[in-house]
Design a binder for this molecule. Structure first.
Ligand SMILES: Cc1cc2nc3c(=O)[nH]c(=O)nc-3n(C[C@H](O)[C@H](O)[C@H](O)COP(=O)(O)O)c2cc1C
Length: 140
């Protein structure tokens, strides 16, 4: 298994209805491929964690990369894992405040670049802690 974290920019600000549509199809597909994770969206920025069998995660990612609703996708973490961080979620979804997502994005980018070492575990743990400590509830 592996987990992958990326950040990307929406081509246009997303309306609630568009986000719901995106999530519905993402969740169906993820269930089929046993991919779990979480998607954060705020004011045009997406951060997503995908976890599952390596080939399944890569398959889903190739679809996501080809999606014209966003651009500038940067993979921040792509690492093997032994256990899922979000086992219950076919795709959890949160809309944190803009300040928080900017802070998170900055943190994730810097964590990943410490002396060229990848520290995906820390980045994903940080995301999980952020979600739990803010007691973020599912928006949809
Ligand atoms: C930010 C973002 C996150 C997405 N996350 C997922 C996802 O977790 N799983 C998924 O199957 N599709 C996800 N999608 C949608 C895919 O890009 C694609 O539309 C979907 O897999 C259907 O692909 P298909 O029409 O080729 O079957 C996401 C799209 C965007 C823009």
């Amino acid at each position: 298994m592996k987990n992958l974290v990326y950040i990307s920019t929406a081509v246009k600000l997303m309306e609630d209805e568009q986000l719901v549509n995106l999530l519905n199809s993402a969740r169906n597909m993820n269930l089929k491929h046993q991919v779990t994770g979480v998607l954060l969206y705020s004011e045009g920025t997406f951060i997503q964690v995908l976890e599952g069998k390596s080939s399944d995660v890569d398959h889903i990612l190739s679809k996501i990369e080809a999606d014209s609703r966003h651009k500038n996708l940067i993979t921040l973490v792509d690492e093997p894992i032994t256990e899922r961080n979000f086992p219950e979620w076919s795709m959890g979804f949160y809309t944190p405040k803009a300040d928080n997502i900017t802070h998170l994005a900055g943190y994730l980018k810097s964590t990943n670049k410490i002396e060229g070492k990848r520290d995906g575990g820390a980045a994903v743990t940080m995301l999980k802690t952020f979600i739990e400590s803010n007691k973020l509830s599912m928006s949809y």
